[in-house]
Design a protein around this ligand. Sequence first.
Ligand SMILES: [Zn+2]
Length: 699
Amino acid sequence: MRRQRPTLIAVSTLIAITLTTAAPAPANAAPPDQVTALTAHQADGYTTLAWQPVDGATDYQIERTPVEANGTPAGAPTIVGIWRPNRQINQQAPTFADAGYNPGDTFQWRVRARTGTTEQPYSDPVTATTTAPWGNPTTPGEQLRTGWETTHAAQYTSDTDEYAYTAAIDALSDRVRVVELGRTVQNRPINMMVIGHPTPAATPEAVAATAPVAINCNVHGNEPGDREACLIMARQLAFSTDPRITDLLSHTTVLIVPTINGDGRANNTRGNSTGQDLNRDYSLIRQPETTAYIKMVRDYRPVAGYDGHEFGNSRAGDLPMLPPRHQNVAQPIFDQSQDMIEGHMYAKGAEAGWWACPYGCEGGGNVGLSEETILRNTLGLKNVTNSLLELRSSGGQTRPDEGNTANNRRRKTYSALWTFHQFLDYHRADRADILKARSEAIESQAANTGRLVFRGSRPIPAHPAPHPGDSPPPLDAPPADLILDNPPCAYKLTDAQYNGARTDGPGGVGTTVAQRIAAHGWKVITIGDDHYVPLNQPERGLIPLLLDGKGVEKLTDGERIYPTLTGRRNGPLAVTGFTCADDATINGPVTVRAGAALVTTATTISGPLTATGAAGILLADSTVNGPVRIAATDTISIIDATIAGPVDLSGNTTGTDAPVLAGTTIRGPLNCTGNNPTPHNLGIANTVHGPRTTQCAAL
Ligand SMILES: [Zn+2]
């Protein structure tokens, strides 16, 4: 772009000269370098200014003047914004989201181009009254305000204010249910608002069936801008009669966790009260706060997410974003997350005037890497389309008026509010693609193929052409010693590893590996004193990071167990102990003996498969040309299988961990009786050609 500018200036000058020579302009025409067609569109906490670009302009200055309702100036004009070409992907229609004023006040705006340091004439002014804080002050529910709103951004909403505000929303809106996910180290409630229309689904499993979205608003206690946006948005979702809102809430459930780190927020610290950075703990879950969030993800199964932060780099865009980029994240989840960020947020940001960009953005440092301890990556490894959201802490070079603290805070919060609403719109419009990406990701993870990477990221491109480009986050390629080309079938943990006392966690009172695996929702097969965690599961990319000796931040050194059954085998097979089949063809009936387990990938069984009192049956990416009967078995997962049928799951008492039957084709009847808990399908429907009975009627 820079190299082209002299040409553009020359052309525009030439046009101006030609016009002047050939036909003198009318006396009232705008000078050629004056910004024209300035408009000011009012939105929620911000104003989108748009104008006709001026040929040869290097940048634009946005001036704002407070005025009385009658248009009389009520204060000094101030340059509040600098539009630069790297603000947006669409260079032909410049926009700037002006924010950082008291919503509801009236202003006049003017915009002028600069060519180098030369200031061109200002545009004609535009005067408008901005949009007041959402909610009619006399309508119950709508009239609620946060502490941040009532103090005009002088104070952040306190913990007690938050609890009172969310309880009031809960009491006044049928759409909202507030649930306590857990308690912080200092015993503060960790609340989540479950929001649906006309009412939210009644149980976590029922919410999961609505393909919910989750917003984690405040993990770093000293980055509170997103939390205020979440609290405002909760009020809008709870009480708005806007058809867009009721439509959104009729098609999904919105899960908002305003403050996962209540202790850190109360003390304005990055970490929790023990000093732990919680956004380096979502895989290890050593802390009660991260444990609460991960159990929520297990039980409510959000399909998309945002994680709110602030970023102290004055050269960054308004809204740096980043997908889960750990290389063990399934490709469809990475692609869908990038589509949300680059396909949706960059384009919508260019319309609204917000500057969304890749995290890092111009010398951002060693940020946005592959630690699976970061929620962005943890969620990706749990097959959730998601993004990090950063709010640039300071006004930076493009918002020179933000020395005013309240104005700075308003810009951050209202830009987050814009992002979260866009997130809901994206989910509404692209729900089918998000669900397709999720089911493809779960099936590819459960197939357990391809290398495992213990640390290492996918590359992130610079801001797309024709944008001049921001520097993307570092490449972060995996080093050779953190790649395992030959994935095992499972990890075997000793009873000491699995159930032994641990010293990590607050006060040295750590939960056991067994408890953490249960919080993640992974299936475990126990045979005698040995505990096997198979990799043919939806979170295959995360399991080795915690259980393999090569894990950079691991829980334990599990023993890699490789398949013992491969290739072709003829005749009846009686499975004893822990048996793993991969890329096998078994011609003959298979019987899994009591207390034994069968784990398969890419395997075909020709004949009936029968298990009674088995320790576990986990089939993925496999075929059974015959009936399947599984009874009184402890651990069951069937993902992306093809079964001739009939299939019968009966009397399986699997503790708290429901049998999974997902993405499977059954060419016969499916009967499920007396299983506890009831089997579920992870949101991936099965194709059943015969009748489905009782517990499997909805699978
Ligand atoms: Zn942060």
